[in-house]
Design a protein. Structure first.
Length: 113
């Protein structure tokens, strides 16, 4: 079965950077599109970044130019490099596989001084 495990979250000051990682297992990772979602307190979950099986990238407008998604098919890993972080980026970040609607357990990112 699909398993997704996120890591790399934490507390960071505004303007700082973090790199999230997702370890995937239970499916042929290289053949599937992947995504990062987030859920801020009191808000609905939103799609942050999408990366297709061939590397196609899409971002929500609020993170364009600041976040970069990438994947390493040899390692079955998904990444989200987050730079110039803002307090409004505070959320639980989830690694997802859209085809099966599978979600990891999430990792907390808090941007605060």
């Amino acid at each position: 079965q699909v398993q997704l495990v996120e890591s790399g979250g934490g507390l960071v000051q505004p303007g700082g950077s973090l790199r999230l990682s997702c370890a995937a297992s239970g499916f042929d990772f290289s053949k599937y599109s992947m995504a990062w979602h987030r859920q801020a307190p009191g808000k609905e979950r939103e799609l942050v970044a999408f990366i297709g099986s061939l590397g196609t990238l899409k971002y929500t407008d609020s993170v364009k130019g600041r976040f970069t998604a990438s994947r390493d098919n040899a390692k079955n890993a998904l990444y989200l490099q987050m730079s110039r972080l803002k307090p409004e980026d505070t959320a639980v970040y989830y690694c997802t596989q859209p085809a099966s609607n599978s979600w990891g357990q999430g990792t907390q990112v808090t941007v605060s001084s």
